[in-house]
Design a protein around this ligand. Structure first.
Ligand code: FMN
Length: 190
């Protein structure tokens, strides 16, 4: 394999693709599409999202310190794309996309009903990184569509059509390949 040396760029792939909601101090909810997203710790469970300081959602999350992470499915891609190209400063994206806000249990921002998995998150740290600021948050509640759960109460990922982001385009997850050492040992610790 012959490789060409490239200038540094954010080359990691695939990226997660999520819809993050927040709500401003007047109670207006917003949705932003994000791909710079990662799981950062298991205990307590934490997630990190990176948002450019110029985004409307950046200001709202900085002020309110709460957001939800909603995992979209293939059929929601038109809404995912819209929420990533329109600003909540001027537009009600729930009205624009037809997505349904649903009350969260621990925080003010709404869940997105159409997404089968929703994480309620409370901000713990903000780290400025240059182009983006990293918001690290504790996951304080998780909602999972009952239809995705197997008989042991675990998510059966074969039942969802989660999507990912690669090379500025939307991709499906493709096919299941094999079990991992963790699943073979029936352990989920990482
Ligand atoms: C697929 C996709 C992924 C995106 N990922 C990010 C991201 O990780 N961080 C970010 O700051 N903006 C990202 N954006 C851009 C924002 O979603 C976009 O600027 C949005 O309109 C900002 O909304 P707001 O003004 O309501 O906050 C992404 C857009 C798309 C379409």
């Amino acid at each position: 394999m012959s490789k060409k040396l490239q200038k540094p760029f954010s080359a990691l792939y695939p990226m997660p693709l999520v819809l993050v909601t927040c709500v401003n101090e007047q109670g207006a909810p917003n949705i932003i599409t994000l791909a710079y997203v990662g799981t950062t710790a298991a205990k307590p469970p934490q997630v990190a999202i990176a948002i450019r300081p110029s985004r409307y959602s950046h200001a709202v999350i900085s002020q309110t310190e709460e957001f939800t992470v909603n995992i979209p499915t293939e059929d929601l891609l038109p809404a995912v794309d819209q929420c990533g190209h329109v600003s909540g400063a001027r537009t009600d994206k729930f009205a624009l996309t037809g997505l349904t806000p649903e009350p969260a249990t621990q925080i003010q921002p709404p869940l997105i009903a159409e997404c089968p998995v929703n994480l309620e998150c409370k901000l713990t740290q903000t780290i400025p990184l240059g182009s983006h600021d990293l918001f690290i948050a504790e996951i304080v509640a998780v909602h999972v569509d009952e239809e995705l759960l197997d008989e042991h109460g675990f998510i059966d990922y074969s039942k969802t059509t989660a999507v990912t982001y690669v090379g500025n385009e939307y991709w499906s997850l493709g096919k299941h390949l094999r079990a991992s050492g963790f699943t073979l040992k029936k352990s989920s610790q990482t």
